[in-house]
Write a protein that binds this ligand. Structure first.
Ligand code: G
Ligand code: G
Ligand code: NA
Ligand code: MN
Length: 250
């Protein structure tokens, strides 16, 4: 309740900062994009984890203002990166289900001047189930504008393979819980291998998150995973360190 009160009163432009975590091409080991991750420094509460405040924001219309702030800041940062570096943005299903929120999101994207092909929208599979038909239509609209669509946290929640082929997806991001169990666990390894195969058969790009060890990375590459993200490559970094990070990898 305290989080919600402070969030309602918050000056989001000031209190929300972004960190960026890179996604790498598994073969070339070049930067594919940076995922924008919201950080909230509340004058009253101090630093609050997004695991706490994002779900609170999602219970009300606050999420729309949060999403708009993150989008504006992330797209502004992306303008100063080379063209080949994309930007990955987490949208809430609630954003997709509100026509007004969606219109504002499109306006921010268009005003940013960032090419839509550089922008990747991440949505979680569970969130889409509230109103699958409406969410599907919203994603199709964003895709027509040229954005890329990723299904985040794949394999958790109540996913059904029956609907995945109906979504206008470009990428599927396998949840980090699968990657973290691969260590010394033959069954978990087989599951990840099968998921990567499945994603490839659907002609989609496979992304894995939560890659922490070179053993995990070697296996993922061998299994044919296209894009990797995790502490092995980089933790989320402050916004102003992104340009130098790009320069160092090049
Ligand atoms: O950055 P961290 O790993 O602590 O993020 C925790 C959770 O918060 C993740 O599930 C992440 O997707 C979510 N999150 C972080 N930033 C945003 C954001 O800008 N919008 C939404 N909807 N979720 C976010
Ligand atoms: O749900 P989502 O994928 O958006 O979550 C992003 C969160 O995952 C961020 O808070 C980030 O800190 C965290 N994260 C990123 N890489 C790793 C990793 O290699 N290991 C763990 N444990 N968490 C990670
Ligand atoms: Na994400
Ligand atoms: Mn994820």
């Amino acid at each position: 309740a305290q989080i919600e009160q402070c969030l309602r009163r918050a000056n989001l432009e000031q209190e929300i900062q972004l960190e960026f975590q890179p996604l790498f091409d598994a073969v070339e080991q070049t930067i594919v994009s940076f995922e924008a991750l919201a950080r909230w420094n509340s004058p009253e509460l101090g630093a609050v984890s997004p695991n706490l405040f994002v779900p609170v924001a999602e219970r009300s219309e606050i999420i729309h203002a949060l999403t708009r702030t993150v989008l504006r800041k992330a797209l502004k940062a992306a303008r100063s990166w080379p063209d080949y570096v994309g930007v990955s943005l987490n949208l809430s299903a609630r954003d997709l289900l509100s026509p007004r929120a969606l219109t504002q999101i499109v306006a921010i994207i268009e005003a940013s001047g960032v090419k839509t092909s550089r922008i990747d929208i991440e949505v979680t599979e569970t969130s889409l189930l509230t109103d699958f038909v409406k969410a599907e239509a919203a994603l199709a609209m964003l895709k027509r504008l040229g954005l890329k669509i990723s299904l985040d946290d794949f394999g958790t929640g109540y996913s059904s393979l029956a609907y995945i082929h109906r979504l206008p997806l470009d990428k599927i991001k396998i949840d980090r819980s699968f990657i973290q169990e691969m260590h010394g666990n033959g069954v978990a390894r087989d599951i990840v291998k099968s998921l990567i195969g499945l994603i490839g058969n659907l002609k989609l790009q496979c992304v894995t998150e939560g890659v922490e060890t070179s053993e995990q990375f070697d296996l993922l590459r061998k299994f044919g995973c296209n894009v990797v993200q995790g502490f092995l490559f980089s933790r989320p970094i402050p916004q102003d360190e992104a340009p130098r990070f790009i320069a160092e990898v090049e």
